[in-house]
Ligand binder design. Sequence first.
Ligand SMILES: NC(=O)c1ccc[n+]([C@@H]2O[C@H](COP(=O)([O-])OP(=O)(O)OC[C@H]3O[C@@H](n4cnc5c(N)ncnc54)[C@H](O)[C@@H]3O)[C@@H](O)[C@H]2O)c1
Length: 391
Amino acid sequence: MGNKIKTAVIGVGNMGTAHAKALFSNQVAGLELCALCDCDISRHDFCKTVLPQIPLFKDWKTLIDSGIAEAVIIAVPHNLHCDIAEYALKSNLNVVLEKPVDVSVSKAIALNRVAQKSDKVFAMMFNQRTNELYSKARNIVRSGALGELKRSVWIITNWYRTQQYYNSGNWRASWAGEGGGVLLNQAPHNLDLWQWICGMPISVTGYCDVAKYHNIEVEDDATIFVRYKNGATGTFITSTGEYPGTNRLEISGDLGKIVIENGKLKWWKLNMSEREYCFNADNPNYSLKYEYSEISAEKPETAHIGILQNFANAILYNEELISPGTDGIFELSLSNAAYLSSWQGNLSVNLPLDCAEFDRILAEKIKNSNLKKSSPDHEDGEYLPRWHVQW
Ligand SMILES: NC(=O)c1ccc[n+]([C@@H]2O[C@H](COP(=O)([O-])OP(=O)(O)OC[C@H]3O[C@@H](n4cnc5c(N)ncnc54)[C@H](O)[C@@H]3O)[C@@H](O)[C@H]2O)c1
């Protein structure tokens, strides 16, 4: 392998086009666009104009078997992700996989097994991990500086989408085409960050409201309640039907709390353990001393380009992955568990998930799904601001 990794993009729609353009215009050192693949031939005409001279394929297996690529970026509808990623890894290609890893945890587990046996680099496109406020929050929580976790609450309701958005692309917002709604399409970034910072809970209760604000057959509003192993609780609220929305993450621990909102991380750092104070204090004012600080990001969010650059550096220089492929299973476990809970009358669902039961009910929903027949309507294929962290 030379200093440039020959990289193909599979699925040249909204997202894939943006990745392809980034490589075509040499925005990622070490990745060279070598081929494009889309099953929709109308995308080939678009590619010939916008990304000229790049070989085009209609079938992803033919592309992978051709040997033209050393790496692939997969940006097709979710329910094809694992099949293509598995085949690519087994064919000795490095892989960047768009979020979510797929629609069901059972497929993600199978892909994880293949990935673990492979010596190829496998990254998930969790581009919001490159926002420094979240890595700082992760360091605070994971280092123990916040003390034992008590509660986490994320209100992430600024994923507003119109009916026109849902009408674009015949796979969107149906059980057969997409396999879920806001939890599977928009919120995976936040579900991933949530577990990346606070860790995985042991049980999940989901309230997933189907078609609350749009004419779709999946959920566009969801509230998830979780319990962690130490007894701490968490709440995650998301929606595509509220405007203006909120993006506020609050995490409380025995040594204080942090809040991320409006592009700032606020940190109330107690000088002593609250639990210790509670049982030893004779101060009638109930006031613990704390230091307050406001932290801003020092570096800009590098987003998709940052993940692609890290992927290239991992292949070329063994750089540690920001978002390893195997991490995809965690956030998908949260959304699958929330669906299963919701389908079972909001019963609490334990993790690891009962994959067989989830797959059984999803298969029923797919069987009865009302897949739209509208033709795809792609945007112009730039990285859209709405895909970055929004405050
Ligand atoms: N990371 C992010 O910020 C971000 C943003 C948007 C979308 N995404 C993800 O990217 C993926 C694609 O979403 P999109 O909005 O680009 O969808 P899209 O419908 O615009 O594009 C998907 C493309 O895949 C092609 N395709 C479908 N089946 C194929 C097959 N079997 N072989 C080859 N090509 C095939 C379609 O023709 C289409 O051009 C989704 O998984 C989505 O979650 C990620």
